[in-house]
Design a protein around this ligand. Structure first.
Ligand code: HEM
Length: 694
């Protein structure tokens, strides 16, 4: 049996042995049900965790091969070529495995939930599980997405399409993050968002390494370049895995007393596994990546395919085995009872808010409150980490970055933090007026500050450039992204303004708002939309970053002027309303304060009006400043060109004159009549005459 096949078999054996051990450690080993208790049977009880492990691994490998094709293996053009094209085909195969194993998981989870042996399962039970149970719906959604990826990967030939397919495959992890323990935990949306980041981090890291190991097996010359790229990605994945894993565990391990639970024990095992994997990763960077870099670009095939590659493969194989075992522990963890019972929501309000109703608002609570808002925490943490990383790279290179931009970016993030997980975020779930302040901060205030932080420019200045001729570097990928039709459409001023203003009417004057308020994820997505719509609008109007189109300040001013009345009209119609928006939702909360819902809504409308116009006026001021600056720049450029032209003209004229001066005096033809030399004198005399006037 070939060496690699032996490793694969060994990895599977180690993974399932770990699954057994972890289930035992978590006291979740399958066992026959006591007499009289309906029992799906041991086969089902084993099939569920085994199918879960296989489905997780297939998902990670699918994401890994697509990441390799789209980002790790640099293609020399828009088409995926050579090994990258084969990676896309392998991703299709892995996606078929993902769909099949998740289907098996669906069948046995139905049997498990209804304690009915698989042979006795009926279509009704499948329908009931697939529509009524959160995990059932999640598994069906995952099957559909995996099937889509499998089919589309067969027809994917461009790097851009591979990147989009990667997005779809990562989307296939969302249903899983929204089900299981995260669905029933306290701090609901924090559990879901941290679980999603956790799964994405695991998929890119584990899957990316699997893709690299396959390239190394194929002896690719592009391995060193691909490994260097992966190395940067791996560091981010480890950080995201660690933070999201601990945050996710913390939504269930809430006190010292919980630390002696079996759940906490398994989490501890995972922490150790991550520590071990990080140590292996460190060895990789120090030894095998360094060795590969030394042979990179060498023409000698033997060197490229020699010991450095074998060393990389050996360490990668060990790492992949440990990663498989860690996934097995994770699956056992998802089947281990948590120290705090799921569904601890004893009241409707608790269930809606994911915790108790906050006390009446005070200035102190509005300023310093905290709520574990997963979306807000994730956005602020990621934007902060990426921007600081960019600053560190600039600093290390000795390049300057305007302090004003950094201050603007950080202040924008503080605004986002306050409006999502800060005091304002606490009350934005329960008071329409506070919600409107949060909305205005997220769509009108924070984006102005964020776009003036010039994040795209910082990315373009700090992303790695091409390693060699024809290499498609991360920086070039960003540039080509900025030049896609999609970006050119969404950054069209009319599109940006329509989204910015239209979503106000589309959200509040339709049932969408109430639906969004009733679900944690819906509320998080609504906040993300506010921020994105605002950032897009201000990127177009006052953005300092490069954009696919140059819009004259006059047209930006016009767009702004057109937007203001629509915004004001929205606020006034809100104030004029006689019915309460999302009445059902606010009635359910049954707040002991601000009980007059219509008055609170009227206040919200007033806030929208006041807070809406102020930033727009500030932006107008900023636009004037930019306009004035671009005009004076234009004027300077014009003057510079004019003087250059003048100089050129002058030089040309002088050259012409010089030419005239150097040209030999033309032969003077002496008219027959004078055959004597009188004529010459005249010519000369003419010269002398002219000179003095000259
Ligand atoms: C600091 C280290 C880590 C911590 C604290 C951690 C914590 C967690 C927690 C709390 C869960 C949710 C389990 C549940 O449903 O109750 C989870 C799930 C998961 N973790 Fe981790 N984890 C860590 C490292 C890793 C690593 C290194 C990997 C991959 C190599 C990984 C892969 C996964 C996967 C795939 C799941 C989903 C399992 C499933 O539901 O099918 N984790 N992790």
């Amino acid at each position: 049996m070939a060496g690699s096949a032996r490793w694969v078999v060994g990895a599977f054996l180690a993974t399932f042995a770990t699954l057994y051990a972890a289930l035992a450690l978590g006291a979740a080993l399958p066992e026959p049900a006591p007499l009289g208790i309906p029992d799906p049977g041991l086969f089902t009880q084993w099939a569920v965790p085994v199918a879960r492990v296989l489905s997780d691994l297939a998902a990670l490998v699918t994401v890994g091969f697509l990441t390799t094709a789209a980002f790790l293996l640099p293609s020399r053009g828009p088409e995926v070529q050579g090994l990258a094209a084969r990676c896309v085909r392998l991703a299709s195969t892995a996606a078929w495995a993902w769909a099949a194993t998740t289907l098996v998981l669906f069948v046995f989870s139905t049997s498990d939930l209804f304690a009915t042996p698989p042979s006795a399962l009926s279509w009704n039970l499948f329908t009931e599980y697939g529509t009524g149970a959160e995990t059932g719906r999640a598994q069906l959604a995952q099957i559909v997405i995996a099937l889509l990826v499998a089919l589309l990967a067969r027809r994917t030939f461009s790097v851009r399409a591979a990147a989009l397919l990667l997005g779809l495959a990562l989307g296939g992890l969302v249903p899983q993050a929204m089900s299981g323990h995260s669905a029933g935990a306290g701090a609901h949306d924090l559990a879901i968002v941290s679980m999603l980041l956790h799964l994405v981090g695991a998929a890119l890291w584990v899957g990316g390494l699997a893709g690299l190991a396959w390239i190394a097996l194929k002896g690719s010359r592009r391995l060193p370049a691909a490994v260097t790229r992966f190395s940067t990605l791996a560091v981010w994945c480890v950080a995201i895995l660690a933070v999201s894993g601990v945050v996710n565990a913390a939504t269930r391990i809430q006190g010292l007393s919980d630390l002696d639970s079996r759940y906490a024990l398994l989490v501890g095992v995972k922490v150790l596994a991550l520590a071990g994997l990080s140590a292996l990763g460190f060895v990789h960077r120090r030894v095998s990546v360094a060795a590969l870099e030394r042979v990179d670009g060498l023409s000698d095939d033997a060197a490229v395919r020699g010991p450095a590659r074998r060393l990389f493969l050996r360490i990668a194989a060990v790492e992949l085995v440990v990663m498989g075992m860690t996934v097995a522990v994770a699956v056992a963890l998802s089947r281990t009872p948590t120290p705090r019972p799921d569904d601890l929501y004893d009241t409707t309000v608790n269930a809606i808010l994911g915790g108790p109703l906050p006390p009446a608002p005070t200035l102190g609570r509005l300023l310093w409150g905290f709520t574990p808002n997963g979306v807000g925490l994730a956005v602020v943490a990621l934007c902060l980490a990426l921007y600081v990383k960019g600053l560190l790279i600039m600093r290390r290179r000795g390049d300057r970055w305007p302090v004003g931009r950094t201050v603007s970016w950080m202040t924008g993030l503080v605004m986002v933090a306050w409006a999502t997980f800060g005091g304002l975020g606490v009350y934005s779930h329960v008071l329409f007026s506070a919600h409107m302040v949060s909305h205005m901060v997220l769509s009108m205030v924070a984006p102005i500050l964020l776009v003036l932080g010039a994040p795209v420019t910082l990315a373009l200045r700090t992303l790695p450039g091409p390693r060699g001729k024809g290499d498609v570097s991360p920086r070039q990928m960003l540039v080509s992204l900025l030049h896609t039709r999609f970006v050119s459409v969404v950054t069209h001023p009319l599109f940006a303004a329509a989204i910015f203003v239209g979503s106000l009417y589309g959200l509040y004057f339709t049932p969408i708002f109430e639906t969004a308020m009733e679900s944690h994820v819906g509320h998080g997505l609504m906040e993300l939309h506010f921020l994105a719509a605002g950032a897009l609008f201000y990127y177009v109007i006052i953005g300092v970053d490069p954009s696919p189109r140059r819009i004259a300040p006059l047209w930006r001013f016009v767009i702004l002027m057109v937007t203001i009345p629509f915004h004001a009209f929205f606020s006034i119609s809100l104030m004029a309303m006689t019915g309460v928006i999302a009445d059902g939702y606010y009635q359910q909360l049954d707040r002991p304060y601000a009980t007059d819902l219509l008055a609170d809504q009227y206040l919200g409308g007033g806030i929208a009006w006041a807070m809406g116009e102020v930033p727009l006026v500030i932006v107008m001021g900023a636009l004037f400043v930019q306009w004035f600056r671009s005009d004076s720049r234009e004027a300077t450029r014009h003057d510079r060109n004019a003087s250059k032209n003048d100089d050129a003209d002058l030089a040309a004229y002088n050259a012409y004159l010089a030419g005239l001066a150097n040209r030999p005096a033309p032969e003077r033809k002496v008219p027959q009549r004078e055959a004597t030399d009188g004529g010459a004198d005249e010519a000369r005399s003419d010269e002398s005459d002219r000179a003095p006037r000259g």
